[in-house]
Write a protein that binds this ligand. Structure first.
Ligand SMILES: [Zn+2]
Length: 211
């Protein structure tokens, strides 16, 4: 990694200093950019083939791929929960095998995600819960399980306040805001500066993503 990664999760293909989440079937690495690869829980997961999973594995070994995801679980949208759970489990297993963190989408599904983690015994795989909008109780449960929490354009201030700085990440996801705006908002709530938040986030990202 030459440029530090500040934005841990975006879908903007032209983003710099960011981890760009792509579907392995659309993976076209550009110079100087870094990626996470995975099958989003909103996709038609039922129709994924073994070839698709082989492609995911292949992409994971590309030098510009630093994490697995976007994967995860969503109780409000997407495939049946058991299908989501098994596809999420495959991403976790791959992350474990290649020694990378997972970028996880989690909507009303923190308990489901923690159940998958525990049932697989893969508690050592770093899990980044992206787009963290849940309250401080959910934050606490995720933090106790060792997860990192990534905050974006909208979030619960109490959850943010209960997140230790060493577990904090920031992101733009698919929002039209910039990472500077997100850092500014997070800084306002935590009583520090946007620069400081960006430094913290980049340091955490560096630690998590170094292969
Ligand atoms: Zn996303």
């Amino acid at each position: 990694m030459n440029t530090p990664i500040v934005d841990i999760h975006t879908h903007r293909l032209d983003a710099t200093a960011a981890l760009i989440a792509v579907d392995p079937r659309q993976f076209e690495p550009q110079p100087g950019r870094y990626y996470s690869v995975g099958f989003h829980p909103w996709l038609e997961l039922d129709s994924l083939t073994e070839d698709d999973f082989s492609l995911l594995e292949q992409c994971a070994s590309h030098p510009q791929v630093l994490a697995i995801g976007e994967t995860g679980m969503d109780r409000l949208r997407g495939a049946a929960l058991d299908v989501q759970a098994s596809v999420f489990a495959r991403h976790l297993q791959l992350a474990h095998d290649v020694g990378m963190p997972v970028v996880a989408h989690c909507v009303r599904a923190s308990q489901d995600i923690l159940d998958v983690l525990r049932s697989m015994g893969l508690t050592n795989v770093p899990v980044i819960i992206h787009g963290m909008r849940s309250n401080q109780h959910v934050a606490r449960a995720l933090l106790e399980a060792g997860c990192h929490l990534s905050y974006g354009a909208r979030f619960n201030a109490e959850a943010l306040m209960s997140t230790p700085l060493e577990r904090l990440l920031i992101e733009t996801d698919d929002a039209s805001t910039t990472i500077d705006d997100v850092a500014g908002h997070v800084a306002q709530v935590t009583g520090t500066t946007a620069e400081h938040i960006k430094e913290i986030a980049a340091g955490n990202a560096q630690r998590l993503l170094t292969k």
